[in-house]
Design a protein around this ligand. Sequence first.
Ligand SMILES: Nc1ncnc2c1ncn2[C@@H]1O[C@H](COP(=O)(O)OP(=O)(O)O)[C@@H](O)[C@H]1O
Ligand SMILES: [Mg+2]
Length: 292
Amino acid sequence: MGIHFQEVSFAYYVPKSKKKPISFTLKNINLSIDKQDEFIAVIGHTGSGKSTLVQLMNALLIPTTGSINLFGNIVEHNKKPLLKPIRKQAGLVFQFPEYQLFEETVIKDISFGPKNFGFSKDEAHKKALEAAEMMNIKAEMLERTPFTLSGGEMRKVAIAGILASNPDVLILDEPTVGLDPINKREMLELLRKFNQKLHKTIIIITHDMNVVGEYAKKVLVLKEGNIIHFGDKDSLFSNEEKVKDANLDYPEMVKVLKHLNKKLDLNLNVLQYNKLDAFKELKKIIGEKHEQ
Ligand SMILES: Nc1ncnc2c1ncn2[C@@H]1O[C@H](COP(=O)(O)OP(=O)(O)O)[C@@H](O)[C@H]1O
Ligand SMILES: [Mg+2]
């Protein structure tokens, strides 16, 4: 069980008069995402529908046509779903976390989710402390007002607020935008840990192909409201036409290896996404060349 889209289209405005054509932001989306162990990067040009797509994944938006099965709950137009069981299993962190924070103190903000899902004040507090610790939020920050925090700190608090309810699926809309390199890496490593150790499914929207290369297990590419790729990274980055069609770039490591192939007339497999794998590939091919 997980997230299943069946022929889903979405329009922000549906015209009252049937004569006017509907302008769909998302068109005929079919998609299945497991509630465990997936790490998916959602990419595509600005305006391609990424934020809209992820908001359908926790019923923040409702499809205009088609059907979405969210953890066994059917979400369709004109059919009000039970939101709590959906929101408990799929937590969404907005691109601008300040929209998500509203309590007087950080700890109250993080406790809001579990309280809302029916835990007692003490239990909610305990869960909030655990979630704050998971996000490396320092104890002295807990009594501060969320609005006095930096953008990066606010985002950590927003994520802790979601984690406190222990969802299976964690959805993050551009979580690393505006973070300095150290905080960016910390954030991504935390997400990787939640994925590998806690088996959570992570869905992130990103424009950074290095993040896609280093962290994602699967890539979902949107173009003008259509999914033009949903699958592994290799089949995307080996398809030059598709990369061009979606106006995408390559991860840095892939670019370097492509360059080496061209300049040094090598035959490296360029689909390497981290330094260690790239080095292994170089050693293998250069070793073979020496033996010739
Ligand atoms: N609240 C809204 N009302 C009307 N149109 C919207 C709204 N949000 C987004 N759109 C439009 O829907 C399209 C997709 O937007 P969005 O899902 O935010 O794309 P992305 O996240 O890929 O940049 C864009 O053309 C955008 O202008
Ligand atoms: Mg967006």
